[in-house]
Design a protein around this ligand. Structure first.
Ligand code: COA
Length: 128
């Protein structure tokens, strides 16, 4: 059964939550989830900028529901705004609960990336 909401954005990463990603209580680490979101949204940001990108800020991080071992974890990202050198990318994480049809939005945040040159200096993002 799907949440009333729908995932917004394009699927940028999909993986499975594994036992190695848990804390001592067997729950999935928030930090592991943030890493998946960062990886996924960086793929979108570098595709848009056609350049190297770095994460400059993460805003509005909300952990809404727990993630369990065995859940399929899917990150969806979309471009909200292009500045001069920065891109604002909201990211949602949805899980498909193991052995069920249940799909739940578990996390959301806004990642901000800056396009950089080979010296790590900001460069303009070309608007298309
Ligand atoms: C990202 C980085 C290159 C920016 O350099 P900078 O000299 O601060 O550049 P600027 O002040 O010109 O800012 C660049 C853009 O980032 C935006 N920005 C900077 N700090 C920001 C913040 N905290 N939140 C949101 N946007 C921010 C600026 O508004 C600007 O956007 P615009 O060009 O679209 O108007 C530099 O801060 C850096 O290298 N940070 C480390 C990044 C990193 O290693 N990330 C991985 C962490 S492990």
């Amino acid at each position: 059964m799907k949440d009333v909401d729908q995932a917004r954005g394009e699927l940028v990463i999909q993986t499975i939550a594994m036992p190695k990603d848990t804390n001592r209580h067997g729950d999935i680490f928030g930090g592991w989830l943030v890493a998946q979101m960062d990886l996924g949204s960086a793929i979108l940001a570098s595709k848009i900028a056609k350049a190297r990108v770095v994460t400059v800020a993460i805003e509005q991080m909300s952990f809404l529901q727990p993630v369990h071992v065995g859940d399929t974890v899917a990150c969806y990202a979309r471009l909200e705004k292009v500045g001069r050198t920065s891109m604002r990318i909201p990211v949602e994480v949805w899980v498909n609960r193991f052995m069920s049809d249940e799909e739940v939005r578990v996390t959301s945040a806004v990642f901000i990336y800056v396009a950089i040159d080979e010296n790590g200096k900001p460069i303009p993002v070309q608007r298309r």
